[in-house]
Ligand binder design. Structure first.
Ligand code: FES
Length: 571
């Protein structure tokens, strides 16, 4: 029997030169875990399981795992969990993005190397879901995503608090001396109080919605709060569905297609979702050889309304989104714009899903397509002499009065330079200037951190300024807001025009024209090019994963994946 016709423990045998011996030995060792012979003849659902003492968002995974296993067993297969790397957003140095590809490789190789007929991907915190989808797509056995679900909110006086838009809001107040040390410490203890992912439409919730619209997770599961009993029922149903996938043989490469990626981009735009999701979706699609040019994002943005009134763009939180109708309500509004023939892990198409009757929708949280919050999508790509490969602006979270503007550059050459000088009372800056941060892109020493939300210099914030144009090759947390141009490509460390900007240069931003231009004469730029030194790290001075990362990471417009992880024809 060929290996792909085998199932359960008989798949992918360890090679001792005698396959019958290998199976005999494997069954014997598996028996030592207390399984009966009957259990060991069943089909196997692997469960990629990344809890960690360094990942608060996955705190409830043991309980969720029990529910997945219950579902798998009830459907007649054997559930076997296996650990993978876990990425807790705020616990990783220099930034979690650096380790997304490592988790993707770990997930892919452990799916491929171990004997499983289908896999449940348990993820949640920002980089974990994209890493799992990247890995599972490359491994390409039947796979289904189960997300952690968002935290529920807490209270501070009369205010609701949810990680982590309110983290930034209160930190801004503290920097502007509006609240004191005692109050910020109280807020610190109240921002994140339950298991689950950030409580707003940040990266984790955006990726949860993207996994659902791609067709990789069960309908209606993206927004269920982490601590709600429905989350456990979703986990049980995911276990049952994973067994169904073994029969139907639906694989990720049949679910994630150019058409479903387009649906995901539509949803991202309608949610006013995280800018990080552009990088992650590009990386997931890239595993299939599907390009996601930023011009595609702009084309879709022109015809996709913003429908969701959630922080950081709007007023509400993920639990409100869940009760308001969740992603299903958004998809119904977007129906005429979606590719309805896309297959999902249930075996149904997206169109089939949308034929079922809908619950009432709370229009304070999810607008109708007839009366959207914005007529155009929440994200826009900018191109021009400062960003020939493109840059991203989350216009739904930005200040419209700054959209058509020319300003003087105030340049910070690195994150260290920024932190040393941003609060210097002598810093030469006004509210009409553009703050520019260099050398925070993927190949810089900082590894493209979520530092694009540059702090407003204290001399301006203390006078009440809450926004200023900020430009960098860094990323921004999905929970942040402001007129912030991110992912400038090529990055400064790779010699992009961003590296050539000097204090006092003029920059023009036009959201209407999708332009970001450095207004400096080409001869002068050429002269500067002769003396800039690269801040890229030299792989010859590095070792291990650091070296691999420095040598292989692609630019933001390619999803920051590793070049060698792409399909062979794209390498
Ligand atoms: Fe895990 Fe925000 S810290 S999702």
């Amino acid at each position: 029997m060929s290996d792909d016709k085998k199932y359960g423990l008989a798949r992918g045998l360890t090679n001792y030169g005698d396959m019958d011996f290998s199976l005999y030995l494997r069954r014997s060792f598996a028996s030592s875990m207390g399984y009966s012979r009957e259990m060991l003849t069943k089909k196997i659902v692997g469960i990629a399981y990344p809890p960690s003492g360094f990942n608060n968002c996955h705190r409830h995974f043991p309980e969720l795992l029990d529910a997945v296993k219950r579902g798998v067993l009830a459907a007649g297969a054997l559930p076997l969990e296996f650990p993978t790397i876990s990425l807790g957003e705020v616990f990783l140095n220099p930034t979690s993005l650096k380790f997304r590809n490592l988790m993707a490789m770990d997930t892919e190789e452990m799916i491929r190397a171990q004997p499983m007929d289908a896999v449940v991907l348990m993820g949640g915190c920002d980089k974990t879901v994209p890493a799992q989808l990247m890995g599972a797509t490359s491994a390409d056995i039947p796979a289904i995503q189960l997300v952690a679900g968002p935290m529920i909110t807490s209270r501070h006086g009369e205010e609701r608090l949810g990680a982590c838009t309110d983290c930034r809001r209160f930190w801004g107040k503290y920097r502007a001396n509006e609240i004191d040390q005692e109050e910020i410490e109280k807020v610190e203890g109240r921002l994140a109080t339950t298991a689950g992912t950030c409580a707003v439409m940040g990266t984790a919730s955006t990726m949860a919605c993207i996994a659902e619209v791609l067709g990789m997770s069960l309908p209606g599961t993206a927004a269920i709060p982490a601590v709600h009993a429905d989350r456990l029922r979703a986990a049980e149903a995911t276990g049952v569905a994973a067994v169904g996938l073994i029969e139907s043989s639906i694989r990720p490469t049949q679910v994630i297609t150019r058409k479903s990626v387009e649906n995901a981009l539509r949803v991202l735009l309608a949610l006013g979702g995280s800018t990080n999701a552009v990088i992650h979706l590009t990386a997931i699609a890239g595993r299939l050889g599907i390009d996601v040019p930023l011009s595609w994002l702009n084309e879709l943005s022109d015809t996709t309304p913003v429908l969701v009134n959630l922080k950081p763009v709007g007023e509400h939180y993920m639990e409100d989104f869940f009760y308001a109708g969740a992603l299903g309500a958004v998809l119904r509004e977007l129906k005429p714009l979606l590719n309805l023939d896309c297959k999902t892990v249930t075996g149904e198409t997206l169109g089939d899903r949308l034929t079922t009757p809908s619950d009432p929708v709370d229009r304070r949280v999810i607008a109708s397509a007839d009366a959207p919050l914005e007529s155009e999508g929440g994200l826009v790509a900018l191109f021009g002499t400062l960003a020939p490969g493109g840059a991203i602006l989350k216009r739904s979270a930005a200040n419209k009065s700054l959209f058509e503007k020319e300003g003087r550059a105030v340049v910070f050459s690195s994150l260290e330079d920024l932190s040393n000088r941003v609060d210097d009372p002598c810093l030469d800056i006004t509210e009409d200037d553009f703050m520019v941060l260099q050398n925070a892109g993927p190949t810089s020493p900082s590894g493209m951190p979520e530092a694009g939300y540059l702090p407003i210099p204290r001399k301006l914030s203390s006078k009440g300024l809450t926004d200023i144009v900020r430009i960098s090759d860094a990323r921004m947390s999905g929970t942040a807001f402001g007129t912030i141009v991110l992912h400038v490509t090529p990055e400064a460390a790779a010699g992009g025009p961003l590296a050539l900007v000097r204090n006092g240069d003029r920059i023009r931003l036009s959201v209407r024209d999708r332009k970001i231009d450095l207004l400096v004469d080409e001869n002068e730029l050429e002269r500067r090019r002769t003396y800039i030194t690269s801040s890229q790290r030299d792989p010859r001075t590095l070792r291990g994963y650091d070296k691999l990362y420095a040598e292989q990471v692609l630019q933001a417009d390619k999803g920051c994946d590793f070049g060698f992880m792409l399909p062979r024809e794209k390498q």
